[in-house]
Design a protein around this ligand. Structure first.
Ligand code: PNS
Length: 164
């Protein structure tokens, strides 16, 4: 539908965690559609999962919301991507206070680049506020269990990467 409200949820999603999933589902209460957009930078890529693997995992997680959640990737500036996709809103999650400075800088820079684009912040759910992709990878790489912190399909892929 031409008049659907669309929000872009950008990030690295390396990999998607239950914190991200919670944020997408809550965003769907307000917007008709969420584009989960993986930012790629071939020159500075230290990701564990390839872009295709990350897209695949996101699509599997949201099969029941198909049509309302789209997984995509982009290169270049987020503000240009949001414009191309016709979305006036960027969604970002805020966990602890430590997220604030980085998020504030990005929101201000994006606002300067494209003032008509708004960043909406959502507080991460109380059971997900300490989860991050970085910590999840570290824990699994050292043999720890992250069941319950990431979707099942992601857990399997993480364990396969580290051969547990
Ligand atoms: O999940 P992350 O790594 O915290 O997400 C950061 C992300 C992808 C949102 C940010 O790095 C980004 O927007 N990258 C795209 C390039 C860009 O627009 N950079 C300027 C940001 S002010």
């Amino acid at each position: 539908m031409a008049n659907d409200s669309v929000a872009i949820y950008p990030g690295s999603f390396d990999p998607i965690t239950n914190g991200h999933v919670d944020l997408v589902r809550r965003t769907l209460r307000v917007f008709d559609k969420v584009v989960v957009a993986i930012a790629t930078n071939p020159d500075k890529d230290h990701s564990l999962f390839s872009v295709d693997e990350r897209l695949d995992m996101i699509r599997q997680v949201f099969t029941s919301e198909k049509g309302r959640v789209e997984a995509d990737s982009f290169q270049g500036l987020l503000v240009d991507y949001a414009e191309r996709r016709g979305s006036p809103v960027i969604i970002r999650g805020l966990r602890a206070v430590s997220d604030f400075e980085y998020e504030f800088q990005m929101a201000m820079m994006n606002h300067r680049l494209k003032p008509q684009l708004e960043t909406f912040f959502m507080m991460t759910g109380e059971s997900e506020f300490y989860i991050s992709s970085r910590l999840v990878k570290e824990v699994v790489s050292l043999g720890g269990d992250v069941a319950g912190l990431v979707p099942e399909n992601v857990l399997k892929r993480l364990n396969a990467k580290f051969r547990h």
